[in-house]
Design a protein around this ligand. Structure first.
Ligand code: SF4
Length: 311
């Protein structure tokens, strides 16, 4: 990436180059669970996860996926009246767990949607990904231009994984990325800044792993305290220190300088509905933080990957 180019290789820019527009995500909720909630690896979930498993909660409102799709597509078409307008996103919980039956029967229903949504994305945990899951997703490449698998990494330190009650491992992340590559799937990795007991260079270590795993995309998140989470209790008890917006922006800019410039940045900052959000406060809106991260990169004279040592 040259100095004339934007400092960050964002998904919006990448989609605009390819489709002449930004496709809108249509979130689908299959009403599944996650091994960290049903007792297979833990109970209660990761400390920051709310009861909807970071999803829309549509399934608990008994809306089937056709209804969810039609509603989401109508919203996407307000911005993009012409096809393609959307990305299909199986977001909530771990979509390849406890088995593949719900995902498979949903995938069988969505092939015709590819006209409006040429990309399908499936979110899961690395420890819930298998050869069988990879095969099922690879079959979707007959219908869709791209299939993205989203893996939470969240920390490259297994001690932090235990502290946050996540109970996955760095090795699982590495192995699942290899498997996804074998089947031609595109990998989007989630990383997080500000977790308790994360070391000062925690975000940089995550980026290094994501570079080494040859991921195609990355999402950056700050630790947020949401209502009805274990984290909310710990925060109210004074056990948790949160990053403020200035600290977060510096950390993400440092991480971007080390990130492979070919990796597409799908998200620079997370957001949550006001009704669920507790802290950190004050916190500027998503768009403001996004702009301030890009501004910080420009002020530093940096571009994505400018400090990365290539082998
Ligand atoms: S792995 Fe995901 S869905 Fe499961 S508890 Fe953690 S954040 Fe929630």
């Amino acid at each position: 990436m040259s100095q004339q180019q934007p400092p960050v290789n964002t998904l919006g820019r990448s989609l605009t180059k390819r489709y002449n527009r930004r496709l809108r995500r249509v979130m689908l909720d299959l009403g599944l669970t996650c091994p960290n909630r049903d007792g297979a690896t833990g109970y209660g979930g990761c400390i920051y996860c709310d009861l909807s498993g970071s999803g829309t909660g549509a399934s608990s409102r008994e809306q089937d996926i056709e209804g969810q799709w039609q509603e989401g597509l109508a919203r996407a078409r307000r911005t993009n009246p012409e096809a393609p307008s959307a990305i299909i996103y199986f977001q909530s919980y771990s979509n390849t767990y406890p088995d593949l039956s719900a995902l498979k029967s949903s995938l069988d229903k969505i092939h015709d949607w590819a006209v409006d949504a040429p990309i399908v994305t499936i979110g899961t945990r690395p420890d819930c990904f298998s050869e069988e899951a990879a095969q099922l997703l690879a079959e979707q490449l007959k219908y869709f231009e791209e299939v993205w698998i989203e893996f939470g990494l969240e920390s490259a330190d297994d001690n932090v994984q235990r502290r946050i009650g996540r109970h996955d491992t760095l090795q699982n992340f590495r192995d699942s990325c290899k498997l996804a590559h074998k089947y031609g799937l595109k990998i989007v990795a989630h990383c997080m800044a500000g977790l308790p007991e994360e070391k000062e260079d925690g975000l940089l270590r995550q980026v290094e792993e994501i570079n080494n795993a040859n991921c195609h995309g990355i999402k950056f998140h700050q630790l947020m305290v949401l209502r009805k989470t274990i984290l909310a209790k710990q925060w109210m008890n004074g056990e948790i220190e949160l990053l403020d917006d200035k600290q977060y922006i510096q950390k993400v800019a440092d991480a971007l300088e080390m990130l492979d410039p070919n990796i597409i940045v799908h998200r620079l900052v997370a957001e949550a509905p006001d009704s669920e959000y507790l802290a950190p406060k004050p916190w500027p809106g998503r768009q403001k933080v996004h702009s301030r991260i890009e501004l910080e990169m420009k002020l530093r004279g940096s571009t994505q990957g400018c400090k990365r040592k290539t082998p």
